[in-house]
Design a protein around this ligand. Sequence first.
Ligand code: DQA
Length: 145
Amino acid sequence: MTPTIHILNGPNLNLLGKRQPDIYGHDTLEDVAAQCAEIGQAAGLGTLLRQSNWEGQIVDWIHEARETAAGIIINPAALTHTSVAVLDALNTFEGPVIEVHISQVHKREAFRHHSFVSHRADAVMAGFGIHGYALAMRHMAHLLD
Ligand code: DQA
């Protein structure tokens, strides 16, 4: 079976492309899905991109990933800075986890500087725009090689 990377996205990222384009750019989550799928295909990896505005849904998808994912790429969005529940869920996952932020969070408000998820993430991308997801996919392929 083809190993699959789950690409999980938190609150408000359904509006990517429309939401504060000066910060997050004009590309959409569909563009992200297409780029990740292309990179995955070349590396022999499947991809499944999901987005939810609900913390519990993200937790449930991480639990599902325990059984079905070779690795997780996650942009927890605002949950990055608030959610011990998402961190605890990721701590139950045994494969590689890469945290992605489209914006350079360390250049922004102080409340964005702390990430609960970084306590678990094996790598963190911030400030690469949506290209950060593509870079994370390439690194994931390297980690799973
Ligand atoms: C974000 C950064 C977070 O601080 C913010 O709450 C988001 C998106 C990013 O991708 O840059 O919603 O994770």
